[in-house]
Design a protein around this ligand. Structure first.
Ligand code: GLC
Length: 731
């Protein structure tokens, strides 16, 4: 044990039971400011005493270098052993410089960009006094009704895992103790929160352990393998037991199998919610179940503070359970250097220079340019210069384009789409609201129509309000609100070129409008510099390169719809079977309106020459996949080349395809590149019915293309653990 650990052990031994329990409690920041009469009264009503505040180990939701320093100073004086506070906050996709929402970043298919976004977020958060960020959120999501889909990177386990690692690397760097521009990361929500039934927030999650391991645990594991220091338990049940009281999840999987030695923290209130979950009769039993399952810090409620001491004294729980939790908390504080420097990165002068600086905003703009997805273009984009443009809609002149988890981001300081166009002075730009987000009226419509009549081209800036996605924002209908659909219909009736710019936090049902418009650019919530990013994309200064990280359904009736589905025993043939007794609907096609991996460019890309070659890598046989991609258009562009594999027959059913690799490449007009991917046996492993994770001999198919539907195919075989080619031509 090194000196530091020795000193920590000594400190742990000096703590009273009450002080240990204090370290396991996270209070909201309002308990740490000078409480007015009312707030102090509320605190007493909650049974939170001044002593408890003095003993508590971490704070939720505070930032600002000066404010944090004051808070820390007060706390250090109150705490008998001067144990520094951990300052934790929701910095999900930016602190003050807000990047596109994670669902948008996922559509960039550029993990380096995600890493840079997290580096910027950590730099701004750390200088503002934050030590730990409650990110990345890596929940797999296949249901756009769930509002928190905006925080995820979508429906694919592999893509989510690549981004999980990138986000953790960006936040933490590789020297957390000495690099004050970094923060510790807290991956969430462990586990399976994205699979809530009906897409309804906080609802039940039910799935087999095999599916949980195959699809839903993969991205959390990736974050843990990337060295993420904390993990947050989810609100939902996992096989009938809430994650926050789930031994299998928090001890067997997380600690024993994955070897995680970091801190577990409950989601806000999740310990106390074991009572309404009906697995705890009262808060005392909730405290017992959470600590036994292995929750180190209780966030937002006081079950630990109010009951753990008695549970120990009644020998209902061992004090060693508490010691192991407090040890991990002290170790995290030590690894962040807080004992030597409790203020860590907080620095008022540097904060003024770093937060929201030009370089950060430039990076946010580039990220937005790469995260938008061009879903339709009849050819009217990019915009021809010197046109009269009418920008119409609730997002025409609206800075609220930061998303639901943009905390310190400021919509009032955020450039609007109209302002971006007007600042460039290339177009004569008119603007009109046309409709509210949820409500409209004839007057607004008439004004918008009048404005649009004088234009050559109409840009309809429409979408969801930021608070229509995010936490506690599930929607049972995922259409654009009717008032906006009416606006689009009336604009369409003017028979002018019509471009939709869509601001939203989830895949929406675009069927009602997609045939009426000439182009549609999905911009999600593009962040602080999103408006200019959209300007650059619409005018061709930047060429759209985003690809969907989540399927867009044709209608809500198809949900859940995702690309890596099972074939079923009666698959609908690709030629659209006329047979009755096959897996299909009477009233809707099976396929998505826009599939996973799809996105258009202002140029076109041709794929050819898909071939396989046997190669020996590190002593074992692998297969090298080669494909030629050519820019067959007139402008330079970036293409995300995607590689999928299908296991033709497994011990359990296997998806019709699974993303296994991708590369984003830039090509000049006419330029071609030969790309190589390597298939290794490890890519073919999956969870069998007995939960062993291994590959089987048999036939496979590799598919390569620019989305999950249009791909070239070549078969290959795995025989006695070795990859063997079948010399067929690429189909
Ligand atoms: C919320 C969210 C979680 C967030 C936490 C702290 O309820 O579920 O994602 O980090 O509370 O704000």
């Amino acid at each position: 044990m090194n000196l530091e650990e020795h000193r920590l052990r000594e400190l742990l031994a000096q703590l009273s039971l009450k002080e240990k329990i204090g370290q396991m409690t996270q209070l909201h920041s309002h308990f740490y400011q000078d409480l007015n009469e009312k707030a102090a009264g509320q605190m007493m009503k909650m049974g939170v005493t001044d002593e408890m505040v003095g003993n508590s180990g971490s704070v939720l939701g505070a930032s600002g270098a000066g404010r944090i320093k004051k808070m820390l100073k007060n706390q250090l004086e109150k705490n008998r052993h001067h144990i520094p506070l951990l300052i934790m906050a929701d910095v999900i996709h930016g602190y003050k410089t807000i990047f596109p929402i994670p669902l948008a970043l996922g559509c960039s298919w550029d993990p380096t960009l995600a890493k840079r976004a997290s580096e910027v977020a950590a730099r701004e958060a750390s200088v503002s006094g934050v030590h730990v960020v409650f990110a990345p959120m890596v929940d797999l999501v296949r249901d756009p009704r769930w509002g928190r889909v905006m925080e995820s990177t979508g429906e694919d386990p592999y893509l989510n895992s690549v981004f999980a690692q990138a986000f953790v690397d960006g936040f933490q760097g590789d020297d957390l103790k000495n690099d004050l521009n970094r923060t510790a990361a807290c991956v969430k929500h462990f586990a399976g929160y994205g699979a809530v039934e009906g897409g309804r927030e906080y609802n039940t999650v039910n799935m087999s352990e095999r599916q949980m391991r195959q699809d839903y645990l993969v991205s959390y594991k990736s974050a843990i393998e990337a060295g993420c220091r904390l993990i947050m338990t989810a609100y939902n049940t996992v096989d009938g037991i809430p994650a926050t009281a789930n031994h299998w999840l928090l001890r067997k999987v997380l600690r024993d199998e994955w070897g995680f030695d970091g801190v577990t923290i409950s989601d806000s209130g999740a310990v106390r919610e074991l009572v309404p979950h009906s697995v705890a009769a009262d808060e005392k039993e909730a405290a017992m179940k959470a600590i036994e399952a292995g929750v180190d810090i209780e966030m937002g409620t006081f079950c630990y503070m109010h009951h753990l001491e008695r549970l120990v004294n009644e020998h209902k729980i061992l004090e060693s359970r508490i010691d192991e939790a407090v040890w991990r908390i002290l170790k995290l504080k030590n690894d962040l250097g807080l004992f030597e420097n409790p203020f860590r990165g907080a620095d008022e002068e540097k904060e003024k220079r770093v937060v929201y600086c030009r370089d950060h905003r430039d990076q946010a703009q580039k990220a937005a340019e790469q995260s938008c997805v061009l879903l339709k273009n009849s050819g009217i984009l990019p915009l021809k210069q010197n046109q009269k443009l009418a920008i119409i809609g609730p997002f025409a002149d609206n800075g609220a384009i930061l998303g639901a988890w943009s905390w310190r981001g400021d919509p009032n300081a955020t450039e609007t789409l109209t302002a971006a166009f007007r600042s460039e002075k290339i177009f004569k730009t008119y603007s009109s609201r046309g409709s509210g987000i949820l409500e409209g009226n004839r007057e607004l419509l008439n004004e918008a129509i009048k404005t649009a009549r004088g234009a050559n081209l109409i840009i309809a800036a429409v979408g969801e309000a930021s608070n229509m996605s995010g936490e506690a924002s599930s929607r049972a209908h995922i259409d654009l609100p009717e008032c906006q659909l009416e606006l689009i219909r009336e604009l369409k009736a003017l028979r002018k070129p019509l471009v939709i710019v869509l601001f939203n936090g989830r895949p929406l049902d675009l069927t009602p409008l997609i045939d009426d418009v000439d182009a549609l650019l999905e911009v999600w919530y593009p962040g602080s510099e999103g408006a200019h990013a959209v300007f650059n994309l619409l005018t061709g200064r930047a060429n759209p390169s985003g690809k969907l990280s989540m399927s867009f359904p044709r209608t809500i009736g198809q949900i859940p719809i995702y690309y890596n589905c099972y074939n079923t025993g009666r698959p609908l043939a690709e030629n659209g079977d006329k047979k009755k007794y096959v897996s299909k609907y009477l009233d809707c096609p099976n396929d998505a309106l826009f599939p996973f991996g799809f996105g258009l460019s202002y140029t076109t890309f041709e794929y050819s020459g898909l071939s396989l070659a046997a190669v020996r890598i590190a002593g074992s046989m692998s297969v090298q996949v080669t494909v030629c991609v050519r820019n067959s258009g007139k402008v330079a562009g970036s293409e995300v080349v995607q590689l999928y594999i299908r296991d033709i027959s497994g011990e359990v059913v296997r998806p019709v395809k699974e993303l296994k690799a991708f590369k984003k490449i830039d090509l000049l007009p006419g330029e071609r590149k030969y790309l190589h991917f390597t298939i290794q046996e490890s890519m073919l492993r999956y969870y069998h019915s007995d939960l062993t994770f291994k590959s089987d001999d048999g036939k496979f198919e590799v598919m390569v293309g620019g989305d999950s539907v249009r791909t070239l195919h070549v078969p290959f075989v795995l025989s006695r653990g070795r990859l063997v080619l079948i010399h067929d031509e690429a189909k």
